[in-house]
Design a binder for this molecule. Structure first.
Ligand code: SAM
Length: 254
């Protein structure tokens, strides 16, 4: 199921790269890049990639993965909160932040840091867990009280200690991005079906994997499907004329 789970997201990253790069190598930050699955692929495409992650073990695996692939990725021990102490402001063309906002104390702070380290016109690709898919999964498992609790939750009052990893709806991601000067370019529904279909079916039925991948690609830009998808991806562009500015860049007045 691996490629079906990740390739729709990866295609959108490649679109963001194409929109930013005009065929030149990019400076890419993978914030919370973990063991470097995305980072190494981007490095193999010729981009200069930095991973900032608070896990020393993940960074060690990243090093191994990059050298086995015959490429180089810079790994830095850090996190969303101390990011600006480790990398220069305005130094990246693309920030990838996948599967991270679910775990940070303050997603708004993470996006503020992201905006600081991006160049004007640069892109961010965010992937988060979808909340309503979690509601459906709990209800299907018979956990109706859990489904009700999750349905009533909100990302901005989420408590990681009691509620586990945060889950989002599209409007919350859009609002967070807008508050930090980002304009959404594309919203993708990820894993609309892949997490629901039994892997055995996909593995045994001839052609099923390709057909499922085609279906996921078909629905990926549907806002209706995004409401129910297990993963949400937003690719957005930084516009410094509207970004809250604390790095001396003039802002549009209202
Ligand atoms: C689910 S993994 C995702 C890894 C990778 N981005 C991917 O898509 O495969 C979450 C990652 O976020 C990192 N992380 C957790 N808290 C973080 C923070 N405050 N700032 C940056 N990264 C963080 C973890 O160490 C872990 O590597």
């Amino acid at each position: 199921m691996g490629p079906v789970r990740t390739e729709v997201m990866w295609n959108a990253v490649l679109d963001a790269v194409a929109a930013t790069s005009h065929d030149r190598p990019l400076d890419v930050l993978d914030l919370g890049g973990g063991t470097g699955g995305d980072a190494v692929r981007l490095a193999l495409l010729g981009h200069r990639v930095t991973v900032v992650d608070p896990s020393p073990d993940a960074l060690a695996s990243l090093d191994r993965r990059a050298s086995e692939a015959g490429t180089a990725v810079t790994g830095i021990l850090g996190d969303t909160e101390d990011l600006v102490e480790h990398v220069d402001a305005g130094s990246f063309d693309l920030v990838v932040c996948h599967g991270v906002l679910e775990h940070v104390d303050d997603p708004g702070q993470a996006l503020a840091s992201t905006a600081k380290v991006l160049r004007d016109g640069g892109h961010v690709s965010i992937v988060v867990a979808g909340r309503l898919a979690g509601v459906v999964a709990r209800a299907l498992a018979g956990d109706f009280a859990g489904a009700e609790t999750l349905f009533s939750a909100r990302a901005d009052t989420w408590d990681l200690r009691t509620d586990g990893p945060r889950r989002f709806v599209v409007a919350e991601i859009d609002a967070l991005l807008a508050a930090h000067g980002f304009t959404p370019v594309q919203t993708n529904a990820l894993r609309v079906f892949a997490d629901l279909v039994p892997s055995a079916l996909v593995d045994i039925e001839p052609g099923a994997r390709d057909a499922l991948f085609a279906l996921e690609r078909l629905v990926r830009t549907s806002p209706d499907m995004a409401a129910l998808s297990a993963g949400l991806q937003s690719v957005a562009r930084l516009d410094l004329t509207t970004a809250p500015s604390d790095r001396g860049v003039p802002r549009a007045t209202v």
